[in-house]
Design a protein around this ligand. Structure first.
Ligand code: 5AD
Ligand code: SF4
Length: 461
């Protein structure tokens, strides 16, 4: 998979997702950004439902319109203000508006000035206080903020998560970030890094399996920086423990930081078959000088050493990454170092972004020295090189049989659409009229390969 800068948080950038609801205390929520935001919205939805609110299909029918925002890059932030402006037309109808997430935290009370019809402005570190904020809203308050909790040690654990997919579900195990990369807003918007107690994670994983989930994705801005507040489990032990819950078929984890990547994680993947053979390990740049300027706290060699551990695993582990092009001062030679690193590692997917100066970050003080067109050219160049890498990587799967989780059906092509353990898209045909159910697993033999997907046929009954 090769992804270009679309705005929204990296990795599997989710396009705006709309949640809708119905009657009296009704609400509508729209989400932008990364999986963390998508999952936060699932928790917000569950909390609202528990407080007696109901989802409606259309924002026009909602008493409360919530907007969960992303500010990772400027484009994502621009979308927020554009959309808020569109909401303006609904303000006369007695509706209330809430802005949540990273833009809310970043802009704070300025949002009330820009959009006076907004009543709640809350960053993610304050979601635990949502019931109290809702009570104040119902009591008639019109300027409610949740902006002061970034130093909190607490995580937002709730039993009321309203998961949208009945087969694959997220569990956030680490919130916030303490790494302070020079370009990144996350430490300022999501607050201090804090981990959820392993007992609480395990209890949720068991509840999910009882409810029929077979795939669990553990989430964290730096998921592998996990530090159990009860001191019981390391991250690798937690991975193994979740993978060992009876009934689990797949466990993923996202996103890993190279600084905290250990050999034990690789050993856990080797030892526990339910742990998916995929690691998302963003490198950001292949140049040690740029990495230092970015405050990534590792060198090219340090990073490649971790890649060597992954490559030495008994199972073939797929690797993916995030890259930023056009960081202030990046030279042509440094860009070439990134290109050669892509080739050396042989990633299966790279999410490539043009550097975007962000408020409050140290990099904002560095001149944004590379023109937009030049950033686009660099991005294009890397993507072309990466496409060639993926063409070869994917071709290796020709003739292999692999287990695929069914995600949907492409009626026009008569194909079933699914995902392999390595997180690769697999489109396949089945020799029967009744198509396999979404959420089921099939063995598929690969008959054709592309740089972003595989094609095959089901080989089991
Ligand atoms: N500009 C461009 N890309 C960014 N990312 C984070 N901050 C910025 C920024 N200011 C990218 C990084 C990170 C991903 C989530 O988003 O690649 O890994
Ligand atoms: Fe941002 Fe760096 Fe933290 Fe990732 S590790 S969220 S890029 S500050």
């Amino acid at each position: 998979m090769i992804t270009i800068d679309e705005g929204g948080c990296a990795s599997a950038c989710l396009f705006a997702e709309r949640y809708t609801w119905g009657v009296e205390k009704t609400f509508y929520i729209e989400t932008f950004g990364c999986q963390m935001n998508a999952h936060d919205s699932e928790k917000v939805i569950g909390t609202l439902e528990h407080e007696g609110y109901m989802r409606v299909r259309d924002e026009a029918d909602a008493g409360l319109i919530l907007y969960n925002t992303c500010s990772i890059r400027d484009k994502a932030e621009q979308k927020v203000f554009h959309r808020l402006n569109e909401y303006k037309r609904l303000q006369g109808e007695g509706k209330r508006f809430a802005v949540l997430g990273c833009v809310a935290q970043q802009e704070g009370e300025k949002i009330f000035e820009k959009a006076p019809y907004v009543s709640i402005v809350s960053g993610s570190a304050s979601y635990r206080r949502l019931p109290e904020m809702l009570a104040r809203l119902e009591a008639g308050e019109r300027r409610i903020t949740g902006l002061d909790d970034r130093e909190t040690e607490e995580t937002f654990d709730t039993e009321f998560t309203a998961r949208t997919n009945p087969h694959r579900g997220y569990i956030t195990i680490v919130e916030g970030c303490d790494k302070f990369c020079a370009y990144c807003v996350v430490p300022y918007t999501r607050g201090r890094e804090r981990s959820r107690a392993s007992d609480s994670v395990m209890a949720e994983a068991r509840r999910m399996v009882d409810a029929g989930y077979t795939e669990i994705q553990l989430l964290g801005q730096n998921v592998n920086s996990y530090c159990d507040p009860t001191g019981k489990l390391t991250f690798a032990e937690l991975l193994a423990a979740v993978g060992g819950v009876g009934g689990i078929r797949r466990v993923r984890f996202m996103t890993s930081h190279p600084r905290d990547f250990t050999r034990e994680i690789v050993a856990a993947i080797d030892a526990v078959p339910t742990l998916c053979d995929h690691v998302h390990l963003p490198v950001q740049s292949g140049s040690t000088r740029v990495l230092a300027a970015m405050n990534r706290e590792y060198t090219r060699e340090w990073y490649l050493e971790r890649i060597a551990w992954i490559k030495a695993a008994r199972r073939e582990i797929s690797m993916t990454s995030d890259i930023i092009v056009g960081f202030p001062g990046e030279t042509e030679a440094e860009l070439e170092e990134t290109a050669t690193l892509l080739e050396e590692v042989g990633y299966d997917a790279v999410f490539c972004f043009k550097y975007s100066p962000r408020p409050n970050t140290p990099a904002i003080a560095m001149a944004d020295s590379i023109a937009e067109e030049e950033k686009s050219r660099r991005l294009q160049m890397l993507m072309e090189r990466q496409r060639e890498i993926q063409r070869k990587n994917y071709a290796r799967h020709l003739g292999q049989a692999m287990e695929v989780m069914v995600e949907g059906h492409n009626a026009a092509r008569g194909q079933v659409v699914g995902r392999s353990s390595q997180n690769k898209t697999v489109n396949f045909t089945v020799g029967q009229l009744i198509l396999p159910a979404v959420g089921s697993y099939r063995m598929v033999r690969i008959t054709e390969t592309f740089p972003n997907s595989l094609v095959g046929e089901a080989v089991d009954g």
